[in-house]
Design a protein around this ligand. Structure first.
Ligand SMILES: O=C(O)c1cc(=O)[nH]c(=O)n1[C@@H]1O[C@H](COP(=O)(O)O)[C@@H](O)[C@H]1O
Length: 235
């Protein structure tokens, strides 16, 4: 996979997403992320429309349910022709295996199944939340490594984690696995709700396979130039 910058289309109206795409220009028909907000509003028709227009779609619905339900949901999502989908690694190996099977079962003949990415610890989780609310006695890095190991054994193609954990993950899990990292901020950006953040350049140096960027691009007065700056820093 090329070193992608996934733009998170975190909007509640297709018009806003289309407007951003227009500002970005046709040269950048590349990698987009559709999350719960837009999917719950527009459903699968907008996803299909963007797939038909040639975009690689990261459909981020973070499935987390019993294995049978996740199998059936993944089977449906595989029919949309998206590039990758997400599940929560905390759902366990049986659930991850079910997601993988569902993706394979639902993929139309002659097409590749979407890549399966397992969310480890959300980038909005701090060390204190991990310890005091999740009652996890492992350090953040050890917890992320442990979840990633489970995900890899169960057949996931990669994980979602903070750039801060990628170097440790690669040492233990290897480089034939995808490390997709949100929590990306340029030096002058506000962190907002993100706790484990890094710049695109740091994400590159840590070894991230791809980055996910929302507000730094979507709230910029000139999204196209911010996107180009981020792309340049990361590649
Ligand atoms: O799965 C994700 O994409 C994801 C996982 C995670 O741990 N943290 C995280 O921020 N994300 C997503 O990445 C995007 C980050 O958005 P910004 O914080 O606006 O750049 C959002 O769409 C989140 O849903």
């Amino acid at each position: 996979m090329e070193k992608a910058v996934f733009i998170a289309l975190d909007y509640d109206r297709e018009e806003d997403a289309q407007n951003l795409l227009m500002k970005l220009g046709s040269a950048d028909k590349t990698y987009l992320k559709i999350g719960m907000e837009l999917f719950y509003h527009s459903g699968s028709h907008f996803v299909k429309q963007l797939v038909e227009q040639g975009y690689h779609i990261f459909l981020d619905l973070k499935l987390h349910d019993i294995p049978n339900t996740v199998y059936r949901a993944a089977k449906q999502l595989a029919q949309l022709g998206v590039f990758c989908i997400t599940i929560h690694a905390l759902g366990g190996s049986e659930m991850i295996m079910a997601a993988k099977k569902g993706l394979v079962a639902g993929t139309p003949k002659g097409m590749k199944p979407p890549k399966l990415l397992a969310v480890t610890e959300l980038t909005s989780i701090s060390d204190a939340i991990l310890r005091n609310e999740q009652n996890c006695s492992l350090s953040m890095t050890k917890q992320v490594v442990s979840l990633a190991q489970t995900a890899k054994k169960a057949g996931a193609d990669g994980v979602i984690c903070s750039p801060l954990e990628v170097t440790s993950l690669q040492k233990i899990i290897g480089t034939d696995f995808l490390y997709v990292t949100p929590g990306i901020r340029l030096a002058n950006n506000q962190n907002g709700d993100q706790k484990r953040v890094a710049t695109p350049k740091q994400a590159k140096d840590y070894g991230a396979s791809a980055i996910v960027v929302g507000r730094p691009i979507t709230t910029a007065t000139d999204p196209a130039s911010v996107y180009q700056i981020i792309k340049k820093e990361f590649n």
